[in-house]
Write a protein that binds this ligand. Structure first.
Ligand code: NAP
Length: 278
């Protein structure tokens, strides 16, 4: 079994991005990420802090717009439109979740597609479906980068993806299809998920259920990607995979923490540099 070391790979990507960032600055282009956060969600605060630290490390300018949780939809849209027009802003990120009274789909639609570093604007989602160059949502993008780096070729492989959220599962399905994999998408209504995972070459789990994937569900030599972030009853961070047992059967496996998580931020930074390069 080989461990896919997302922490180390993300560090390498950030170092490469720092060099690209310096080159951009020398040519007079200054990358800047604008982050919008609505309300006081404590998990979001941690994510936003991690993003600002990564920007600082690479040399990307960072600006934060903290909005009151009672803000009106028009005010949110006006801010996005202002940032769209602001030539000093390369990328815009709306931190989710946002309060329920706001329409997140309209907000994502409003972010200019060329500044949409999270890849949630329907234009960019459509481009991904058409296998065109675009901003790919950061977690799926990070996973694809891991496959590349570890020479895991998906062509002709049977890939089972469990979870079909708009931010992880769905774009992943498309990314794997674009790499010529045969993709099976499982979700909460799928009966007998083992029937699919037992025969898979690659299993990607993104559902948020601690240790959901157990060793009896996979064959020897399967590549396992664990996207989940959960807390055990004793407060320990766990993934969606029973790592201890499944790792004994896997050919490659990502740990939690230190797997997919660090890659997500690295790919966000990659997208900001890309947006600034246009
Ligand atoms: P989400 O929006 O809650 O979606 C969960 C998906 O899992 C849904 O498609 C749901 O099916 C499916 N599901 C739930 N229970 C299931 C079950 N028992 N069997 C099969 N499918 C089931 O979650 P998300 O945002 O995609 O996140 C998933 C996990 O990844 C979470 O733990 C999250 O914290 C983590 N995450 C990690 C990163 C990272 O950077 N490492 C990034 C994003 C998310 P239905 O569609 O049928 O409801």
């Amino acid at each position: 079994m080989e461990l896919i070391d997302g922490k180390e790979l993300a560090k390498k990507i950030r170092q490469d991005l720092k060099i690209r960032c310096d080159e951009l600055r020398e040519s007079g282009k200054i990358p800047k990420l604008a982050v919008i956060m609505v309300g006081n969600d404590s998990a979001s605060k941690v994510y936003v802090r991690n993003k600002s630290r990564a920007c600082e490390e690479i040399g990307i300018e960072y600006e934060e717009h903290l909005l009151d949780e009672n803000i009106k939809q028009e005010e949110l849209i006006q801010l996005i439109e202002k940032l769209n027009k602001d030539k000093t802003v390369s990328g815009i990120l709306l931190q989710s979740p946002i309060p329920k009274h706001l329409d997140i789909n309209e907000a994502f639609r409003t972010i200019a597609s060329e500044k949409d570093v999270d890849g949630f604007n329907p234009v960019n989602v459509g481009k991904l479906c058409l296998n065109q160059d675009t901003f790919v949502s950061c977690t799926p993008y990070g996973i694809m980068r891991m496959f590349e780096e570890y020479n895991i070729n998906l062509e002709g492989k049977k890939v089972v993806i469990i979870g079909r959220s708009n931010i992880v599962g769905k774009p992943l399905i498309q990314c794997c299809l674009n790499k010529n994999a045969t993709v099976i998408a499982c979700h909460s209504k799928t009966e007998n998920i083992s029937k699919y995972t037992e025969d898979a070459d690659v299993v990607i789990v993104a559902i948020g259920k601690s240790k959901f994937l157990t060793e009896d569900m996979v064959k020897d030599g399967t590549v396992i990607i664990d996207v989940g972030i959960n807390r055990d009853s004793d407060g320990k961070l766990t993934g969606d995979v029973d790592f201890e047992k499944v790792s004994q059967k896997a050919s490659y496996i990502t740990p939690v923490p230190g797997g997919v998580g660090p890659m997500t931020i690295a790919m966000l930074m990659n997208n900001v540099i890309k947006a600034c390069s246009y």
